[in-house]
Design a binder for this molecule. Structure first.
Ligand code: 9MG
Length: 285
């Protein structure tokens, strides 16, 4: 008898991202490009357009299938960025990346429907919403009308208050309930390509994050692709009492667990190491 160590059930194996297709029959890597000066790990390092393009080039060379860019930091206590400033920071980068790397599937991390629309009109091919559509009315309709995949992430509270003593009677049940409710709304509004993300570090204690990771395979029962963002997060750094810059080994350990439990997309700072984890776990069959 062949034992399935991957936790995978049948899932949407192909996503349509504008003119490109994303094959999820094996897991893929989403490389992070922060345009914010205050991100928790690499804030401010990639601010010039030239430096951004070099970073994208290197992540694609290392095997990233998707690049995720965001212009608003989600770190607790980060400065608010209004819609105008988000557009000003984001759109030149979207245009430059699409022009220089037409093969790249570009995801935009935004919770504002106006920004999502503008980004896709300039060539972005996926929307990553940490509010899971709850920030402002109209996100689901906007993304549905543009027919790009949508990352539906769970967050308890807002980036400003999410770490003020988050409490759940059952974190896995609450995240599942959130997905079920949001999925009804997404589908009612015509959205067809949805990626689920439990939102590690967004309104969860270290223990709650590990509880979610331990039960990740349960989210696969919903039959949708699963994204995890574990890279250099506080569940590693706080638990091991290290700085984010020292957390690559811990990240790879958690990626390995997530892959065994069925993750389809790893959102990461370190593409090469994540690709290696995927290849090695893939050998389990
Ligand atoms: C923007 N961002 C930061 N962490 C993230 C995570 O875990 N998932 C997603 N979808 N986006 C994230």
């Amino acid at each position: 008898m062949k034992i399935d160590l991957t936790g995978k059930t049948d899932t949407m194996a192909k996503l349509f991202c504008g003119s490109r297709e994303l094959d999820l029959t094996t897991p893929v890597v989403m490389g992070i490009l922060n345009l914010t000066p205050d991100s928790f790990f690499d804030g401010g390092k990639f601010l010039s357009l030239d430096a951004q393009l070099h970073k994208v080039e290197s992540m694609l060379k290392d095997g990233a299938s998707i690049i995720d860019i965001g212009a608003v930091s989600t770190r607790p206590g980060a400065k608010d960025v209004d819609e105008k400033e988000e557009l000003t920071r984001l759109i030149p980068s979207v245009r430059a990346i699409v022009e220089n790397f037409p093969e790249c599937i570009l995801s935009v991390d935004t919770f504002r429907p106006v920004i999502a629309r503008a980004a896709v009109e300039h060539g972005a091919a996926m929307i990553n919403d940490i509010y899971g559509g709850r920030y402002e009315a109209g996100m689901f309709e906007t993304v549905a009308s543009m027919k790009v995949p949508f990352i539906l992430m769970h967050m308890k509270g807002t980036p400003g208050n999410m770490q003020d003593n988050p409490s759940y009677s059952d974190v896995v049940a609450e995240v599942t309930y959130f997905f079920e409710n949001q999925l009804i709304q997404c589908r009612d509004r015509g959205m067809r390509q949805i990626i689920l993300d439990p939102g590690f570090g967004f309104g969860k204690t270290v223990e709650q994050n590990f509880e979610l990771l331990a039960h990740l395979d349960e989210f696969k029962a919903m039959g949708l692709p699963l994204l995890v963002g574990l890279s250099r997060k506080s569940m590693i750094n706080r638990f091991l009492n290290i700085h984010a810059s020292e957390a690559l080994n811990g990240t790879t350990v958690l990626h390995t667990i997530a892959l065994i439990k069925g993750a389809d997309i790893l959102r990461v700072h370190d593409v090469k190491e994540a690709v290696e984890a995927i290849r090695l776990v893939g050998m389990l069959g």
